[in-house]
Design a protein. Structure first.
Length: 186
């Protein structure tokens, strides 16, 4: 097997996303911190939204560059979904802590994410392909759009959040179904 250059642009972008997630969370949940004194909370939400948009853009570009320029690496296949999960986790938990997102919606999304992560680990140990499905990618995009709308207090944010819940649960069902089909075949 050829040696992979792990210090490539897609991996660097995924790593940047890993760093931006806790920064965004800081702006969302520590608005009363002394270093934010004098800054109106709405501006802190705008900063969080800006960080979120930049981080979300890195998600698009790291995948595009990796596929287009054949820079897919094992490290990238680990970093990319981890960075996605950290970003959405920071957004959803921060929004929930501010009372801007339903705790039930966040509970359902996070429970599915944890369950499917465990299922994917099991699948890898059995030689299954664990790459994200089309539905999983749609789910992630809708989750990110919902977070953006909720951060900006735009109309439809709550509706998008529940749409994200439905897609999250459905894509989880698809993963479970495919996992058990593989089990039945092998």
């Amino acid at each position: 097997m050829a040696k992979q250059n792990i210090l490539n642009v897609p991996n660097i972008l995924a790593f940047i996303r890993l760093l931006l997630a806790p920064l965004m969370f800081l702006f969302l949940v520590n608005q009363d911190a002394p270093f934010f004194t004098g800054i109106h909370p709405s501006w802190l939400n705008y900063f969080a939204a800006f960080i979120f948009v930049v981080a979300s853009a890195t998600d698009f570009f790291d995948g595009y560059i990796a596929r287009t320029f054949n820079q897919v690496t094992v490290l990238g296949s680990i970093l990319d979904p981890l960075a996605d999960k950290m970003l959405t986790l920071a957004g959803f938990l921060g929004l929930m802590m501010q009372g801007m997102a339903s705790p039930w919606a966040i509970f359902l999304i996070l429970t599915r994410e944890l369950f499917i992560t465990g299922l994917r680990v099991s699948a890898v140990s059995q030689g299954m392909n664990i790459s994200a499905s089309w539905m999983g990618k749609v789910k992630t995009v809708v989750q990110m759009i919902a977070i953006g709308f909720l951060l900006m207090h735009w109309p439809g944010g709550t509706l998008l959040l529940w749409l994200a819940v439905a897609l999250t649960l459905y894509s989880g069902y698809v993963y479970v179904r495919d996992f058990f089909r593989f089990q039945h075949i092998h």
